[in-house]
Design a protein around this ligand. Structure first.
Ligand SMILES: [Zn+2]
Length: 150
């Protein structure tokens, strides 16, 4: 049987790139087959208005906000900012904590995307509450507003 080429992996059958599906998905999502856990370092909320305004611009421009507030107990939110320019995401990590997720392009003409993300409800409540006054886009402001009230 064709087995995964990662040393010590007993997951069995090859899926793609010579790896099992677990290792392949890890590589695809995080750009690193050895990635084992999400960064759990403490997240911070900036207090400097210039940082908050800059962040608001990033979220307005490149931010993805996913929410599901149909049931209060299971309301879910995720915030992602993806950029091709790693320096911007480095700034977010330095300012907010957390880590960088690297997405390898699915097609050769696509560029590598660097992502900062969080799905921590309590943290995002604090962070988005601080950023909201600086945001300009109505649609995103409304999303955040609804989340803060949920
Ligand atoms: Zn494997």
């Amino acid at each position: 049987m064709d087995i995964c080429s990662i040393k010590g992996c007993n997951n069995g059958r090859k899926y793609a790139n010579g790896w099992c599906s677990t290792h392949y998905i890890r590589w695809w999502k995080y750009g690193d087959v050895t990635f084992t856990k999400r960064d759990t370092s403490p997240r911070r909320v900036p207090v400097n208005p210039v940082d908050l305004a800059y962040l608001a611009g990033l979220i307005d421009g490149e931010g993805y906000i996913g929410t599901s507030c149909s049931y209060k107990d299971s309301s879910y939110i995720t915030l992602k900012v993806t950029m091709c320019d790693k320096e911007v995401i480095d700034w977010m990590v330095a300012t907010l904590g957390g880590g960088i997720y690297i997405k390898n392009p699915s097609q050769s003409h696509h560029r590598i995307g660097y992502t900062w993300s969080s799905s921590n409800k309590n943290y995002l409540r604090e962070l988005l509450g601080a950023v909201l006054p600086y945001m300009k886009l109505e649609s995103k402001r409304n999303l955040i507003h609804d989340f803060l009230l949920s």
